[in-house]
Design a protein around this ligand. Structure first.
Ligand SMILES: NC(=O)c1ccc[n+]([C@@H]2O[C@H](COP(=O)([O-])OP(=O)(O)OC[C@H]3O[C@@H](n4cnc5c(N)ncnc54)[C@H](OP(=O)(O)O)[C@@H]3O)[C@@H](O)[C@H]2O)c1
Length: 268
């Protein structure tokens, strides 16, 4: 059991977006694997509730940092924690994120820029903050939550999710021989709060078989990260879809162009 005076032999994992969905599940599974935790999200009440649950259930030490990661002053505290040499972070999960409900041209440019920031700039900054210490210890794991959408030209969310995929592929190849691995988790649809926050009914965007269970997704991701894989795609059905998407890129472009023309057609 880890206590403040006896840190966990596994080390400490910092998880962003730990109040719900994929991030909360990462926190649960990492705690049960013996990691002490630092949990980050905006909602302090929910962070405290997850912390209480995990201290009791898994007997690990849990700190919370309430921060909006798109606010540079609040994010500074998280970057400082990631750089700590006395209580090092051995596992970073860049997970916090959200989508926007409207088409690109209808959203304000500031909202679009903030989404790009949480999905790409924040993982860049947090990975950079933790990397120096991990390299000096020749050990560490960074897990970036991307999306299968990042492999296709499917809007601004997908474009932002292409960043953690490409970054993790490069960083894993570059740093793995020095003891630090990077893995991008690229799931399909997962049952979390993501879609309800957008005001979207799950059944309206995808059939039941396309929805993955969060517990399964996180278990697959941790297995891939443990094996030092650059990309984790949970479930056979999405592995097949991933291969099809790569081959079908030109067809997807035709579909996207047609959909664009249709939405530009005035309706009377
Ligand atoms: N669900 C899916 O189908 C799916 C598929 C592929 C990829 N993903 C990705 O998975 C990640 C997690 O999403 P989820 O599905 O688990 O959704 P979720 O249940 O809505 O969780 C999102 C988490 O991010 C936190 N968060 C959002 N904005 C933040 C900010 N500015 N600063 C700090 N924390 C912030 C939220 O906490 P607070 O509100 O307390 O800040 C929450 O803990 C996202 O990156 C998402 O893009 C989801």
């Amino acid at each position: 059991m880890a206590t403040e005076s006896s840190p966990s032999p596994q080390g400490t994992a910092l998880v962003t977006g730990a109040t719900s969905g994929i991030g909360a599940e990462f926190a649960r599974q990492l705690a049960h694997d013996g990691y002490d935790l630092v949990l980050v999200a905006r909602d302090r009440t929910r962070l405290d509730a997850v912390a209480v649950e995990l201290r009791e259930a898994a007997h690990v030490a849990v700190e919370v940092i309430a921060a909006d990661l798109t606010n540079s002053t609040e994010r500074d505290e998280v970057e400082r924690r990631l750089k700590s040499a006395t209580d090092p972070i051995t596992f970073l999960v860049n997970n916090a994120g959200y989508g926007l409900p409207q088409e690109f041209e209808r959203n304000s440019v500031d909202d679009e820029a903030r989404m790009l920031e949480i999905l790409a700039i924040v993982p860049l900054r947090l990975s950079h903050a933790v990397l120096g210490g991990m390299l000096s210890r020749e050990s560490g794991t960074v897990l970036n939550v991307a999306s299968i959408a990042g492999e296709a030209p499917l809007g601004l969310y997908a474009a932002a999710k292409a960043w953690p995929l490409s970054f993790s592929r490069w960083a894993n190849a570059h740093y793995r021989s020095r003891g630090v691995t990077f893995t991008a988790l690229a799931p399909g649809f997962v049952r979390t709060e993501f879609h309800s926050r957008l005001g979207i009914e799950r059944s309206s965007i995808a059939p039941k078989w396309m929805w993955l269970d969060v517990e399964f997704v996180v278990r697959s991701a941790l297995r891939s990260a443990g094996r030092g894989r650059a990309v984790s795609i949970p479930s056979l059905r999405y592995k097949i879809l991933w291969s099809v998407m790569k081959v079908a890129q030109p067809l997807i472009m035709v579909f996207v162009a047609r959909a664009g023309r249709a939405s530009n057609t005035p309706t009377r």
